[in-house]
Write a protein that binds this ligand. Structure first.
Ligand SMILES: [Zn+2]
Length: 296
């Protein structure tokens, strides 16, 4: 009787296994039949870099923040080069374990401050972790527009990004721009001289000796009359620059004030190439240079 039961069980196992076996045979005999089935998530994302975009605002809130966030997300998705985590808080700017599937800085390859303003919610530990992420880990940082109007009570932030905002003397205008580094990947698509409608910042605590100026306002084409917001007596208004901070690559540009800027192919390409550069996917000089006029 016991033998019969065992035999019955064996029959049951075989019967229930047959459809699965048949399935395996079909799959092996006809590779590509199931090509419409997406690959496993890990296979799809294995080459992706991870970008953390922070847009916390404690001061002015730019209407263009969602446009910029979507643009950076789309650039990564369409190129297959990165995925982007979009946040308006600073919880992830830490190396502490967050739990709840929360990703911390160790997960990310680059940090983008997208029109952040004012004193962000960063305690001393978060500030230390963020600087270590760039300086020691060699991860990237991209500052967009109001990233310069941020963290005035944190001097190391200005040292890292290159300075702080000090007014936008001409508000949003047809800015006459000089391309100072046409060989640099993020600006190589711009002509030697061009005009862009945007709000260009005047930096303070800033020196071209500490950064590599990529784009600047053409001082010969600016209107200085009756403008008390102009503070730089050298009339040196950089629009984009790059630099090293320790082992990490840093890029900043004041382009991106308007919502329209984010549908401008030139501006999108600049930030796309800037992110690629801070990720180490392309190469470009970080050496400071004299003003174009001074070199003549
Ligand atoms: Zn602005």
């Amino acid at each position: 009787m016991r033998r019969i039961r065992i035999a019955l069980r064996c029959v049951t196992v075989v019967i229930f296994s047959l459809p699965m076996l048949a399935g395996l045979v079909v799959a092996q005999d006809a590779p590509g039949v199931n090509a419409s089935v997406p690959p496993a998530p890990h296979a799809k994302e294995i080459h992706l870099k991870h970008i953390l975009v922070i847009s916390q605002t404690k001061g002015w809130e730019h209407d263009s923040i969602p446009d910029g966030m979507v643009a950076i997300y789309e650039m990564g998705r369409d190129s297959g080069l990165w995925d982007a985590t979009l946040r308006t808080d600073t919880e992830l700017v830490t190396k502490k374990e967050l739990g709840r599937n929360g990703k911390n800085l160790d997960y990310f390859d680059a940090l983008v401050f997208l029109s952040t303003t004012g004193e962000l919610d960063l305690d001393d530990g978060q500030k230390k972790d963020m600087m270590a992420f760039i300086k020691d880990d060699g991860k990237g940082f991209v500052g967009v527009h109001a990233a310069l109007d941020t963290n005035y009570k944190w001097p190391e932030y200005a040292e890292m990004i290159g300075g702080w905002f000090d007014q936008h003397p001409w508000s949003t205008f047809n800015a006459p721009i000089i391309n100072e580094e046409p060989s640099f990947p993020a600006v190589s698509h711009f002509p030697k001289a061009f005009v862009k409608y945007d709000e260009i910042y005047q930096p303070k605590e800033w020196s071209r000796e500490k950064v590599n100026v990529l784009l600047s306002l053409d001082p010969a084409k600016l209107d200085y009359a009756n403008n008390p917001r102009i503070h730089r007596t050298d009339h040196d208004f950089a629009v984009a620059w790059n630099k090293m901070y320790g082992k990490g690559r840093v890029f900043y540009s004041s382009f991106g004030h308007t919502q329209e800027a984010w549908s401008d192919p030139d501006i999108r390409k600049m930030y796309f190439e800037a992110i690629k550069w801070v990720l180490g996917m392309t190469e470009g000089s970080t050496a400071a240079h004299a003003r174009p006029g001074d070199a003549r």
